[in-house]
Structure formats: C-alpha cells, structure tokens
Write a protein that binds this ligand. Structure first.
Ligand SMILES: [Zn+2]
Length: 257
C-alpha cells in the first residue's frame, strides 16, 4: 500500500455531498458527516452499516474515516445517548474517527449508487426510474438481455450476491422487464407493476407483498437488504481512493437479512 498524506476531512465531505447531491433528498437520517473526527483522512473503511463490529474493524485497521450506507440518528429513534448508541459514539469520539453516511443519495446515484451497481451486477440495462416523474427516483426499471424464468434469474442472483434469494412466483411469466430497488423497498412492487415489470427485486419482503405479487401476477425476488446494499458504498470508497489517493478497504460484516 502506498503512503499518503490524505485529504482534509472537510474537503472530502464537501466533495461527497456535492457528488451525491445529498441536500436534494428528503431522508430519514442526516446525510454527510454524522460524527466529526480527525481533520485529515488517509484511510477509509467502508461497510453497509455502522454497527459496533464495523467500528472495531476500523480501529484495528487504523482508519481515519468510516463510510457507510446505514449510519445513525434515524427519524423516530430515541435521542438519548445510552446503551448501544453510547458505546458506538464513544468508540468514534474517543478515537477521533469520522463517520460519513449516505442513505438515499447513495441508493440513487446513477453510477455509484446501490441500484446502479446492482443493475450492473445482474446484467440489467437500466431504462428509467421507478417513479418516472421524479428526477431523484429511488429504484429503477430495465431489461435483461434475454427473457428468462424466475428459477434461472434466482440462480444468477445467488451466484452474484452469494445468497439464495427469497422468491414469490407469479406463475410461468417469463422475465425480461425487471424493476428493482435495493434495501427495504418491497412496497414499491406496486409501482413496478404499474410500469409493467415482469419481476420486482428488493432487499426484503413483508407479508402483504406476497399476496400483491400473486394477485397482480408479478414475480417478487427478495435478494437481501444487506446483500443488495453492499455495492454502492464500495463503489464510492473506490472512487474516493482514486480521486484523492487514499487507502480504502471494504469490510463485509455478515448479515443474513
Ligand atoms: Zn437500507
């Protein structure tokens, strides 16, 4: 690995905020620098969620900044800094570790985003957003190069994501037009159906969506919340490493959901 002096934290954060247009999104959490640490960054550790295990990995590797998709301070969570929340914040603050988090802006980015990366991995050619009138639409619709069965697409997904998806079949309907939204976006199946998709892929499914899929005649594929959201943060980490000459490491803290 190359030695590097890194970049000023403030410059890196400004760059990311601008790149991801983070101030344009109405989100459930603050996007950008969530916890301020040291003022220069040479080593970035990325992960899906800023859980304690990821912070411990960051300390062990002597990272300067942790970059995640799921950070802290979610709308509706208790504000008091106690228990697990205290331990996590103490780890960051005591060690001068920066926490940078992007939620919806990292789902939506047309190249580095979770949805864009998933499309690339699964060979889906993106044709538009799930909400066609919304320029900041989260989730997309696209086409596979050739029609295939639910079983065959499931095998591809298992191979690519390393996890067998949960599928709800809508019968023999072949799949060519696929809508998808990473994470916990299963309710967007209604939008996918309205746009004429043969199948909808999201991270995880809730009970009512099983019935919607069967009755509307659209296949549903639950490819894993964690599994579908590993790729945006990695792409952003790699991009930043190249742009600023930093060291980057992605750590996958296993999560079956
Ligand atoms: Zn998520």
């Amino acid at each position: 690995m190359t030695e590097t002096n890194g970049v000023e934290t403030a410059e890196l954060v400004r760059y990311c905020d601008h790149l991801l247009q983070s101030d344009r999104f109405r989100d459930y959490c603050p996007n950008g620098l969530q916890v301020e640490g040291r003022d220069r960054v040479a080593r970035i550790l990325t992960g899906v969620t800023a859980c304690q295990a990821l912070l411990d990995e960051a300390l062990a590797w002597q990272a300067d900044l942790v970059l995640v998709h799921h950070g802290y301070f979610w709308k509706g969570e208790p504000a008091a800094v106690t228990g697990i929340k205290r331990r996590r914040l103490k780890t960051l603050l005591e060690n001068d570790l920066n926490l940078l988090a992007y939620h919806l802006p990292l789902d939506a980015h047309p190249e580095l985003g979770n949805n864009a990366r998933l499309a690339k991995l699964l060979g889906i050619e993106v044709q538009g957003g799930l909400e066609p009138e919304n320029p900041l639409s989260i989730g997309n619709i696209g086409v596979l190069s050739q029609a295939q069965s639910l079983a065959r697409l499931s095998v591809t997904i298992e191979k690519v994501l390393g996890r067998a998806p949960q599928t709800i079949s809508a019968g023999e309907r072949p799949i060519r037009r696929v809508a998808f939204c990473t994470g916990a976006a299963d309710r967007m199946i209604e939008q996918a159906h309205a746009l004429g998709a043969d199948a909808f892929i999201s991270g995880e499914i809730s009970e009512p969506v099983v019935h919607f899929a069967r009755e509307a005649g659209i296949h549903y594929i639950g490819a894993g919340h964690h599994a579908t959201e590993r790729y945006g943060v990695q792409a952003l980490g790699e991009h930043l490493a190249r742009r600023f000459g930093l060291e980057h490491r992605f750590v996958d803290i296993d999560n079956p959901v």
